[in-house]
Design a protein. Structure first.
Lengths: 343, 373
């Protein structure tokens, strides 16, 4: 395997709140390899966004705090790096796309100005004409029609889908090597989502960037990700390539997620939800954080007393943080590969 | 069994398990005025719902799907008269409630309840769960001390909460639990029907499934009738007996679940079904995607003729001139509002080639449009 370009190592992030310390991310490690799409999937509060945004300096501190860990980007630690150096990396070699383009675009600047600024910040010497040309080129690349004219418009004159395209144009303006997409399609309608997925694919083809795709949408993961990190209650519970995650998961939470899904292509008699409620991150359950909701633990003591390590669960690179990962190999995930017969 | 036979049996079973028509909506229109100027005179109309016909039978679930701005939420709210209809007729349980005044609506509201998307916004943060769940009983003057208490506890148990939760406040609960509180409140008056407006969209997947199952269980237990409004085509497939697809204020296709998901005929339905990401990496690259260019036009100024024509790869001259009626079309037996309706199922991998062709046409058309403008 090639060298990773980003290595998150044993990252722990906390937030201090009135109610106590929120353990948002605990001992998280994962690597990102050049050109791949790494999906980070989890439900609200799983720490999927915080694990990435904290090392980019995008989590307000305080109340947030990186207690522990490092994030090596081409060998340099983002966590200990001076702020101005981190600023050069953000929007340059590491760029971001967020969920809600309306709040992440500046309403009083034209789309063109904002993209131009992104280019200029990282290319001081570039002439205005070149910047303008590049701006139009970028908008055309992400499929904004009449780009020449639309650079003069303001964000409110763009529809949701067009704004998301503009965000992507801005993100790829400086040919990043890492593109962090945090719920890039969540706020959009299905038909617009489909457009944006295509744009993301184009963007990756053009820049060869590695993409960190943070989402709760397993459909999007199935469609785009090469490898998948599954997070629960601030920890990585499973990590494998996308086919393995969907076809032979080795963590009860991942299995539970798959079985909760309603599918558009299959009729299911009954959904099998994960029972119970998401855990408190202030006072997480003892041992394995998933044990109170786990159908598989069957009251075994070790689940309550010992935090399971993320370890090799299968052939290849397949890690699971379950004491009984091997037993899951013989149980069946109810929703199979899906023949998609549509009836 | 052939597909048509299967479909026929599916239809029969819907008809036999479900009783009479509980709700009938005819030609329902809801326009919102656009006001401008110092004197706030009306300069236009947002045509949120423009001429919807549908019926819902006792005990069934009618799913309503569509993207934002298609009017599905306005439709739900107009049906229960949270909004006054601009035109059309609403008949609920044999009574024409279209022009009922507030006082007349009171007894009707016992029978038809609504659940909202956002469990955070729809519960009063200063009221305890007991107060929230018993409020409908008090409003309708049927809360009796002692008995009312027991009723609240029973309702909480019914929705999977424990009676001890009654003294807590909404902020002490997670999203899924709050939605359960909303359901308990809606159940308090033993309604016949519930309008569920995106009841699970704000919830995480694992919790969504809990609430979906709860709704199914309550439907079985109490014989409830649901109008289930959602943008999520997967959830709608799972919960619905019949499905209506809306686009820009109109129903473009309506049929049994089997018809809509097994033999969709409207290009918009087909585009939607092709666009939904499926949770299976094995299908990667095997499902051609019909990417519709552009956005939904403004409901203040909808296109002439067929409202979908500006994004449709099949559009011809007639589509701009003549609005297609929602009627059964050749090749199918459920109502479709398209001049060129034809069965094509993007969910069926055997039909890949045809879907691919449509996807190609859609892309070409989009390119032409951009070039031509």
């Amino acid at each position: 395997m090639p060298e990773p370009i980003l290595e998150i190592k044993d990252l722990t992030v906390e937030f201090s709140t009135e109610d106590g310390i929120v353990h948002a991310v605990t001992g998280v490690s994962y690597d990102l390899y050049p050109g791949e799409v790494l999906g980070i999937v989890g439900e609200s509060g799983s720490g999927k966004s915080v694990s990435m945004l904290s090392v980019l300096g995008l989590v307000p501190m305080p109340p947030g705090k990186i207690v522990h860990g490092e994030a090596l980007f081409k060998g340099d630690d983002l966590v200990t790096m001076p702020k101005n150096k981190l600023r050069d990396i953000r929007g340059g070699p590491m760029a971001m796309i967020f969920q809600d383009p309306m709040t992440s675009l500046n309403p009083v600047l034209t789309i063109g100005d904002q993209i131009s600024e992104a280019i200029k910040v990282h290319n001081r010497g570039k002439s205005d004409d070149d910047v303008k040309k590049r701006t139009v080129e970028l908008l055309e690349l992400v499929g904004v029609p009449f780009a020449e004219r639309r650079v003069e418009q303001y964000p409110h004159e763009f529809s949701g889908g067009m704004r998301q395209r503009a965000m992507i144009a801005m993100a790829i303006a400086n040919e990043p090597t890492v593109l962090v997409a945090d719920e890039p399609t969540t706020a959009l309608d299905v038909t617009i989502q489909a457009q944006i997925v295509e744009v993301l694919k184009t963007a990756q083809r053009e820049t060869h960037a590695a993409i960190v795709l943070i989402t709760h949408d397993l459909g999007l993961i199935a469609e785009l990700a090469d490898r998948v990190v599954v997070m629960y209650a601030g920890r990585v519970v499973e990590l494998a390539d996308v086919f393995t995650i969907f076809n032979s998961p080795r963590h009860p939470y991942t299995v539970g997620l798959m079985n909760s899904l309603a599918r558009v292509d299959v009729d299911l008699e009954w959904l099998e939800p994960i029972p119970g409620q998401p855990p408190s991150l202030i006072t997480p359950p003892s041992g394995c954080a998933f044990h109170p909701r786990c159908a598989f633990s069957q009251g075994r003591a070790i689940c309550r007393t010992e935090i399971p390590e993320l370890r090799k669960a299968d052939e290849g690179v397949h890690l699971s943080a379950c004491h009984f990962a091997e037993e899951l190999a013989v149980t069946h995930v109810r929703v199979g590969a899906g023949a998609g017969d549509g009836s | 069994m052939t597909e048509t036979q299967e479909m026929a049996t599916a239809e029969e079973s819907v008809a036999s398990t479900n009783g009479n028509e509980l709700l009938r909506v005819e030609g329902l229109v809801k326009h919102f005025p656009i006001k401008a100027g110092v004197f706030k005179h009306t300069v236009g109309q947002v045509q949120a719902v423009s001429g919807v016909d549908l019926t819902v039978r006792t005990g069934e679930t009618l799913g309503v799907v569509g993207e934002s701005g298609c009017g599905k939420t306005t439709l739900g709210r107009t049906i229960i008269k949270l909004l006054e209809p601009t035109a059309g007729r609403i008949v609920f349980d044999g009574r024409d409630i279209t022009h009922f005044r507030r006082r007349q609506m009171r007894p009707v509201r016992r029978d038809i309840q609504i659940i909202f998307q956002d469990p955070y916004a729809s519960l009063n943060p200063r009221m305890t769960v007991r107060e929230i769940v018993s409020e409908p009983l008090r409003i309708h003057g049927i809360y009796r001390r002692g008995e009312g208490r027991r009723r609240v506890e029973e309702l909480l148990r019914t929705v999977g909460l424990s009676p001890e939760h009654a003294n807590r406040f909404p902020h002490e609960f997670s999203g899924g639990q709050r939605q359960r509180i909303g359901v308990a409140r809606a159940l308090a008056l033993n309604p016949k029907m519930m309008v569920l407006d995106e009841p699970v969209s704000a919830l995480d997947v694992s919790i969504q499934a809990q609430v979906v199952n709860l709704l199914a269980q309550l439907q079985n237990e109490f014989g409830l009738t649901y109008l289930f409004i959602a943008h999520d085509l997967s959830v709608v497939r799972h919960v619905s007996d019949r499905v209506a697809v809306m686009y820009l204020g109109k129903i473009v296709e309506i049929g049994t679940r089997k018809q809509i998901y097994g033999a969709p005929m409207h290009p918009y339905t087909q585009a939607l079904l092709s666009a939904v990401p499926i949770e299976s990496p094995d299908l990667r690259g095997k499902r051609p995607r019909i990417v519709l260019e552009g956005d939904v036009p403004s409901p203040a100024n909808p296109p002439s003729g067929c409202r979908f024509r500006t994004r449709c790869w099949k559009a011809q001259e007639i589509c701009a001139q003549e609005e297609p009626a929602l009627i059964p079309r050749a090749g199918g037996d459920h109502p479709v509002a398209c001049h060129f309706a034809e069965v094509m199922n993007p969910l069926n991998l055997a039909e890949q080639a045809r879907v691919q062709q449509a996807a190609h046409q859609a892309a070409q058309r989009a390119a032409q449009q951009i070039a031509g403008e």
